[in-house]
Design a protein around this ligand. Structure first.
Ligand code: ADP
Ligand code: MG
Length: 361
C-alpha cells in the first residue's frame, strides 16, 4: 500500500469561452498510507481534476505527484497501481458482471485461474456472488455501484480513487453504501481518495478531509477539527447542516453588538478574539447551538433573547426554526419537545461557548 503526495500541483485548462481556467491552484498535501481521505467542495472546485491527475488521466500543468516513493509524473495510468471508481460506474453493457470484473486483469495478461480466484474473492467481499452471470442492465443502481467497486478490488491496487460513487443512488441506499465503504476500507487496509460535493458524506467517511473551493485548498483536517475550528468563512459555512449562521457584528471588549441584540462573550472567547476588539466582524453560530429555554433546567442569565419565529419546519425529533437578526436570517435546530410554533414569539438561548468570529474581508 502507499501514500500519495501532491507537491505544488497546478492544473490549467484552455477553455474556448473562458480562456485560461485554473482547475487547481498550487495544491500540496500528503495522503497517508491506508488513510481514507475525502476531497469535498462545490461543483467545479477541482475535485475530479485532482483525482484524474492522481490516476494519470490528466497531466498537471506543473508540480509533482508521488505514489509511494515513486514520482509518477510520466508514469502511464495503467502502471500507477491505482484503481478508479467513476460516478457513472462505467460498466461494459455487453459483458456479464463476471466479465466486467475480470476485464482489467485479462488486459494485464493475468492467468485465468488467478482472475477467477480474484473475482470470487471480490464477489464474496461485496456479496454479489449471485449476480456474476447477469448483464449490467439487469442490476439495480446499488448493485451496479457494487460491481464498480468490485472491479477496483480485483485489481488489488495500492490506491483506490472514488469520484462521487454514491451520487446516483437514492438517499437510503447512499447511507447503506457509506457504511459498507467504511467497512471495506478497514477490510482492504487500502489508501483511499474519495471525492464528493456532499459534506455529510465527507464528514462520515473521511479520516481527514480536504476542503476545496475554486481550485484552492481551504483546509485539511479531521471532521472534528473542521467542525470545531474552521479556518475561514468558507469552511465554516460549508461544513454542518443546516450551515452555520453568520451575522454582522461589532466586538467591544466582551460585548458583541449585532443589529438587534448584544451578546456577551465568555472569557476564553474574549481572549481568543482579542485581535478583533473594536472591529466589525462576522459572528458565526451553528443552528444546534441555539436552544429553546423551554427545555433548559434553568434559564441562563446571559445571551437569552425573545425572537419572532418566521417559519418552523418539522424534522421529526427536531425542529428547524427561522428568525431574523437585522438583515440576517438565522436558523436554529431545536429539540421537537420544545413544541415551538410558527409566528409566535419565543425565548432562545445562544450558546456563545460554541461561537466563532471571522474577519469580514
Ligand atoms: P469538480 O469535480 O470539483 O466539480 P472539476 O475538476 O471537474 O470540478 O473542474 C474544475 C474546473 O476545471 C471547472 O471550472 C471545469 O469547468 C474546468 N475543467 C475541467 N475539465 C476541463 C476540460 N477538459 N477543459 C476545460 N475546462 C475543464
Ligand atoms: Mg467532479
Amino acid at each position: 500500500m502507499a501514500e500519495v503526495k501532491f507537491l505544488n500541483i497546478v492544473k490549467q485548462f484552455e477553455d474556448e469561452n473562458k480562456g485560461k481556467v485554473f482547475a487547481v491552484k498550487d495544491a500540496s498535501f500528503t495522503v497517508k498510507d491506508k488513510e481514507f481521505l475525502v476531497f469535498v467542495g462545490p461543483s467545479g472546485c477541482g475535485k475530479t481534476t485532482s483525482l484524474r491527475m492522481v490516476a494519470g488521466l490528466e497531466r498537471q500543468t506543473s508540480g509533482d505527484i508521488y505514489i509511494g516513493d515513486r514520482l509518477v509524473n510520466k508514469v502511464h495510468p495503467k502502471d500507477r497501481d491505482i484503481a478508479m471508481v467513476f460516478q457513472d460506474y462505467a460498466l461494459y453493457p455487453h459483458m456479464t458482471i463476471r466479465e466486467n470484473l475480470g476485464f482489467g486483469l485479462k488486459n494485464l495478461k493475468t492467468p485465468k485461474a488467478e482472475i477467477e480466484a480474484k473475482i470470487k474473492e471480490a464477489a464474496s467481499i461485496l456479496s454479489i456472488e449471485n449476480l456474476l452471470d447477469r448483464k449490467p442492465r439487469e442490476l439495480s443502481g446499488g448493485q451496479r455501484q457494487r460491481i464498480a467497486v468490485g472491479r477496483a478490488i480485483v485489481r488489488n491496487p495500492s490506491v483506490f480513487l472514488f469520484d462521487e460513487p454514491l451520487s446516483n443512488l437514492d438517499a437510503k441506499l447512499r447511507v447503506q453504501m457509506r457504511v459498507e465503504l467504511s467497512e471495506l476500507h478497514k477490510r482492504l487496509e487500502a489508501t483511499i481518495i474519495y471525492v464528493t460535493h456532499d459534506q455529510v458524506e465527507a464528514m462520515t467517511l473521511g479520516q481527514r478531509i480536504v476542503v476545496m473551493n475554486a481550485g484552492e485548498i481551504q483546509q485539511i483536517a479531521t471532521p472534528e477539527e473542521l467542525y470545531e475550528k474552521p479556518n475561514n468563512l468558507f469552511v465554516a459555512g460549508f461544513i454542518g447542516s443546516p450551515p452555520m449562521n453568520f451575522v454582522k457584528a461589532r466586538l467591544e471588549g466582551n460585548q458583541l453588538h449585532t443589529a438587534s441584540y448584544t451578546f456577551t462573550l465568555p472569557d476564553d472567547k474574549v481572549k481568543m478574539y482579542k485581535k478583533y476588539d473594536g472591529q466589525e466582524v462576522i459572528f458565526g453560530i451553528r443552528p444546534e447551538d441555539i436552544l429553546s429555554t423551554k427545555l433548559m433546567p434553568s434559564v441562563p442569565d446571559k445571551n437569552v433573547y425573545q425572537v419572532n419565529l418566521k417559519v418552523v419546519e418539522h424534522l421529526g425529533a427536531e425542529l428547524l426554526i427561522y428568525f431574523d437578526i437585522g438583515d440576517d436570517q438565522l436558523t436554529g435546530r431545536v429539540n421537537a419537545d420544545a413544541k415551538l410554533k410558527q409566528l409566535e414569539p419565543t425565548e432562545l438561548y445562544f450558546n456563545l461557548n460554541k461561537m466563532q468570529l471571522f474577519d469580514p474581508k
